[in-house]
Design a protein around this ligand. Sequence first.
Ligand SMILES: NC(=O)C1=CN([C@@H]2O[C@H](COP(=O)(O)OP(=O)(O)OC[C@H]3O[C@@H](n4cnc5c(N)ncnc54)[C@H](OP(=O)(O)O)[C@@H]3O)[C@@H](O)[C@H]2O)C=CC1
Ligand SMILES: N[C@@H](CC=O)C(=O)O
Ligand code: NA
Length: 452
Amino acid sequence: MIADSAGGQARGAITAPLRIGIAGLGTVGAGLVKLLRGNETIVAARAGRPITITAVAARDRTRDRGVDLSGLTWHDDAAALATDPDVDVVVELIGGAEGVARRLVTTALEAGRPVVTANKALIAVHGAELAALAERAGVPLMFEAAVAGGIPAIKTVREGLAADRLTRVGGILNGTCNYIMTAMRESGRPFADVLAEAQALGYAEADPSTDVDGIDAAHKLAILAGLAFGRPVAFASVHVEGIRGIDALDLDFARALGYRIKLLGLARRRDDGVEARVHPCLVPEKAPIAQVDGVFNAVVVEGAFVGRLMLEGRGAGEGPTATAVAADLIDVARGSAVPVWGRSADGLTQIEALPRTAFHEEYYLRLNVHDRPGVIADVTAVLRDHGVSLRSMLQHGRADAVPQDGTAGDPSVPLVLVTHRTRESAMMEALGRIAALSAVIGAPAMIRIDPG
Ligand SMILES: NC(=O)C1=CN([C@@H]2O[C@H](COP(=O)(O)OP(=O)(O)OC[C@H]3O[C@@H](n4cnc5c(N)ncnc54)[C@H](OP(=O)(O)O)[C@@H]3O)[C@@H](O)[C@H]2O)C=CC1
Ligand SMILES: N[C@@H](CC=O)C(=O)O
Ligand code: NA
């Protein structure tokens, strides 16, 4: 009986190994095999019994994964792990909100098997229904690796801070994007080169656009916000922007203004609802989060009683992620289980996040403008009309070379404006009008400013 074997240590009677089946033997799956074997004694001592791998599944049986799989049952259909009689706990490390990962997790929970997964897409999109399934079956569904890799983010928010009313959660939640922007800033290397490096290091998702378009960070933010605010956040309501629009010029201007650019996830409880969004932000370079570089993530939480805390650690890669998966397995082996969203799934409804028109921020704007008299007056007149107040302005010299739009006429120059706090609805309207000015070339760049 799974319930007995999973609850062994609590009753102090069962020392039989916890038998696990691993679906997915890529970066995380192979990393987990190495960790469980390399730290076998430590893991057994902390789990109260050995954790042994009995079965595995992946697509390509012939691929060398750098780990010895002899003696393990191989399943061509990963979903078969859910009903393998020699598997007590299913470990899902394939990825994706749909397809075989969803089928495997659903079938395993329906069959009364505990599940451990690193799959943020699955939990962010289907977390409410999976929580209900897990609760009905009375088995744990664990996903520490899904958010911020090796940082114990789930445990901290759901258990460590369970007594507080949390008001804010978020941070740097994607290692690939942070790695790319750090390298671009420090060495001026091109986006594509650094992305290829992040993929080779095992940081990126199977489809790296999930990382660079902000979706992976949004999955993690939706999960964190759901835990912090007690109800899952409807994933489709999370506002998402990635890093493709960040130009090397913006990194330089940010530096000149005393900021760094970070892709941040921000979820806040407000009187009128919950904000949940992912987008690049300028953060003051002295803010602790601005110092979090490379593959490192930072999880920031604020609560009425606890105040503010920030956890920092590696957010992606084999070792850190495998550590988080193994920690969940140790919890399952010990018989400790916490409700998926920190409270009963019965009647749990989703939160719809507020639309972007409700945001209220300071903004950095970069325009490419024809360098001719009256341009600044035209731009500032639009901002005035929409009640947007300017804090500072930067124009780097005069471009006396060829115009950037390739046409004859005035040369073009970047013009950078920083505003005071304003409603995003006003900023959106103003930007629409600014983009239509004859002196403005192409689409303006807009990046929000966060105190960090
Ligand atoms: N990489 C990281 O740093 C982190 C990843 N995660 C999450 O962990 C999970 C795994 O990520 P990662 O290890 O990087 O991914 P990889 O792409 O490295 O590995 C995916 C594995 O899944 C297997 N697989 C894919 N499709 C199928 C299928 N239809 N049936 C059976 N097996 C399949 C692949 O098989 P084969 O090898 O034969 O092709 C491969 O072994 C994802 O949910 C990811 O979001 C979470 C935190 C960090
Ligand atoms: N692709 C993700 C991996 C971990 O979640 C990232 O880069 O952070
Ligand atoms: Na984690």
